[in-house]
Design a protein around this ligand. Structure first.
Ligand SMILES: Nc1nc2c(c(=O)[nH]1)N[C@H]1C(S)=C(S)[C@@H](COP(=O)(O)O)O[C@H]1N2
Ligand SMILES: [Mo]
Length: 333
């Protein structure tokens, strides 16, 4: 219930989830129903769902779109049928470089459909290994706002590829010519228009951030908690550093994994303890590294839409330690 919601168009009407089993989806040119897909069995996957614009609020050039800092992400468990099994059940030819996926958003009447339709393409080799067609979220029927009755889920990829109200899946020779794929969700220099030559927002990079505390703390031993994700790779380690007044260079120490390991696409809760003296102000930062050796960069990579920020410096928090029992300890900054 606390998961962010992001829609490019209007939300489909409530009736969309009234008769879930009758929902139709075209697979490799053949129509099938959700009821038929559900007879193929259920597999679940824990994954981070994160908008490309999560962290946009840290960019200084004022990119358009919601200025998210860390709110446009959550870790959830989706349940459904593997894409490969669904395509095999209708005898679809799997030999194509891309999987192209179309959402069932209501399209405004006054705009060219290809300019607004939510249709994304992802590399077939990756999707056939990991993607599922999901009808469950955390063990319950997928809510309408999150794409119910049926949604495409490609774990480890950015949110824009997790197409809701799934209507069509096709194996394609090239990526979709829909605007959202052709020029949307492109990692591009500030001021430059989107085009096919620029990287599409597909795989998520390694990232972490602090979730608590976020401001004033009681001096003494402070437990800092956060989350860390490897994107498409398992995590190897997470480190913490305390930057005291005037200190720029971090001295990294190991943070501990505290939450369960729900697989490489999930995030993991981490914690670290530090000591702060009364009146001290310190910047606390986290840095995650994957098993493959990918590590968070210090800084964001500037880009027009403020996408893909995984820099460790911006994602730190500034803590101020007050005397235990002091009234100011109950304030927040
Ligand atoms: N059909 C459809 N699917 C969609 C979108 C959309 O507008 N329409 N938005 C995408 C974007 S940009 C994100 S970040 C995620 C957000 O998923 P959520 O709303 O379930 O959190 O859905 C993706 N799937
Ligand atoms: Mo997004």
């Amino acid at each position: 219930s606390r998961l962010f919601v992001r829609n490019n168009l209007a939300l489909p009407e409530p009736g969309i989830v009234e008769d879930r089993g009758a929902w139709t989806v075209e697979l490799g040119g053949q129509p099938t129903t959700l009821a038929a897909l559900q007879r193929l069995g259920t597999r679940s996957v824990a994954t981070v769902l994160q908008c490309s614009g999560n962290g946009r609020g840290f960019f200084e050039h004022g990119p358009s779109g919601s200025p998210w800092r860390t709110g446009a992400a959550g870790c959830v468990i989706f349940g459904g049928v593997p894409l490969s099994a669904a395509l095999a059940s209708v005898g679809a030819d799997l030999d194509a470089p891309y999987v192209t996926v179309t959402g069932g958003d209501p399209l405004p009447a006054d705009v060219a459909p290809r300019d607004v339709v939510v249709e994304r393409s992802v590399p077939a080799a990756y999707a056939l290994r990991h993607a599922i067609l999901a009808w469950e979220l955390n063990g319950a029927p997928l809510p309408r706002v999150h794409g119910g009755p049926l949604r495409f889920v490609v774990p480890g990829y950015f949110g824009c590829n997790q197409v809701k109200w799934l209507r069509r899946i096709a194996m394609t020779a090239s990526t979709s010519d829909a605007k959202i794929m052709r020029s949307g969700y492109r990692f591009r220099p500030i001021g430059e228009a989107g085009s096919e030559g620029q990287p599409s927002m597909w795989a998520m990079p390694v990232k972490s951030w602090i979730t608590s505390p976020l401001g004033i703390v009681e001096a003494g031993r402070v437990v800092v908690r956060g989350v860390a994700m490897g994107g498409t790779e398992p995590l190897a380690r997470v480190e913490v550093a305390v930057l005291r007044e005037g200190q720029e260079a971090p001295r990294w120490a190991a943070a501990a994994f505290t939450g369960p390991d729900l697989g490489r696409f999930a995030w993991r809760e981490v914690s670290a303890t530090l000591d702060l003296a009364v009146g001290e102000r310190a910047r606390v930062v986290l840095r995650a590294t994957t098993a493959g050796g990918a590590t968070q960069p210090e800084h964001r990579r500037e880009n027009h839409r403020g996408y893909g920020h995984n820099g460790w410096r911006d994602h730190g928090v500034t803590l101020r330690a007050c005397a235990p029992g002091d009234a100011s300890c109950r304030e927040t900054e």
